[in-house]
Write a protein that binds this ligand. Structure first.
Ligand SMILES: [Zn+2]
Length: 144
């Protein structure tokens, strides 16, 4: 896994959030007042820590033999990341009907999670893999 260039991502997302209604913080402030070096560094630290943490968590899930996850938005979503919320993904390719998950965080502002989708839970919702596949949303490389 290659390290992400957070400076470049922040520049890219700052431009993108100009076009989106209600941009998330800290982008909303930066769009009004410009980036301060402190605000930028804080975001880089938080986003990279979050990316590492998520990567560790997913490594644990896959090494335990699990594959199915659901993209959740406990802390909200920006307009770009919103379309992935509630969708199912296959971590290891064990379920080829489903796409592999988006990189987390997708944008540097959002803090989504990929939560284990156990067969038991899936059954309790009255749905199956085909249902999940029918409404799946593969990661769009333009959201990178
Ligand atoms: Zn987002």
């Amino acid at each position: 896994m290659t390290a992400r260039d957070w400076d470049a991502e922040i520049d890219r997302w700052t431009e993108r959030f100009r076009e989106i209604a209600d941009p998330p913080e800290p982008f909303a402030t930066a769009l009004r007042e410009g980036w301060t070096p402190e605000a930028r560094q804080t975001l880089i630290d938080e986003a990279s820590t979050y990316a590492e943490h998520t990567e560790g968590l997913l490594a644990q899930i896959t090494s335990a033999g699990w594959d199915l996850v659901r993209f959740d938005a406990k802390f909200g979503s920006c307009g770009t990341c919103e379309k992935y919320v509630g969708r199912a993904y296959s971590l290891t390719g064990e379920h080829p009907e489903l796409p592999s998950p988006p990189p987390l965080p997708i944008c540097p502002a959002c803090r989504h999670t990929l939560n284990l989708l156990t067969p038991f839970f899936l059954q309790s919702t009255g749905r199956d893999i085909d249902d999940l596949a029918a409404e799946s949303v593969p990661f769009d490389e333009r959201d990178r």
